[in-house]
Design a protein around this ligand. Sequence first.
Ligand SMILES: C[S@@+](CC[C@H](N)C(=O)[O-])C[C@H]1O[C@@H](n2cnc3c(N)ncnc32)[C@H](O)[C@@H]1O
Length: 206
Amino acid sequence: MSRGRDKLAPWIPSTKEVIVEALRIANVKSSDKLYDLGAGDGRVAIIAARDFGAKCVAVEIDERLCGVIYSTVKYYGLMDRVGILCRDFLSIRIDDATVVYMYLYKSINELLANKLEKELGLGARIVTIDFPIPGWQPIRIRRLVDRTGLARTVFLYIIGASNPRALVKHITPVSRDILVRMGIGENIEDKGIAGTKDKAEETSMD
Ligand SMILES: C[S@@+](CC[C@H](N)C(=O)[O-])C[C@H]1O[C@@H](n2cnc3c(N)ncnc32)[C@H](O)[C@@H]1O
């Protein structure tokens, strides 16, 4: 049975060209492990596994959709590359993800930001569709018009560069102390990396 109270966004599928563009921007390759948080019918994981060679985990709370993912993954013979977690994405660990795909609301991205920051390693990439992660600095923004004629936006974030607070847990207490005394630690924790904001915007209509 689907636990409706935990369903934080409805199922609206990404179109194929949006998925392919997002996976390209995130430079997804066979060494990657991609999690789609809120996987719908599993199309993102299937394309990432079949066309980009990545290992994937499709996380979906709706059991009916989990059934669809299972059948499609089986149909394409991708059982060894796509795992299915029929769970609430807030309740699973994503430490081994190198890429995370999220087509969710801005408020849900905000809810997940802390989890991403805590669990992902430096350099992990996150792509969000149409909605940014509030407070994080996108590394790239790509705008396109999909086949339905709708304008879409793909945001790319990189752990450490987009959210400098993530760097703090990777430095030793001594170096953190030195950085703080130099006034740099405070910048890392509170102010973000200056000067990156205006470089991210990259618009093009396909
Ligand atoms: C906008 S759809 C995106 C589907 C897919 N990622 C895509 O881009 O085609 C959001 C999906 O998130 C799922 N979802 C909502 N809340 C969830 C939760 N707490 N845990 C796991 N999945 C959830 C919904 O059932 C829905 O399928």
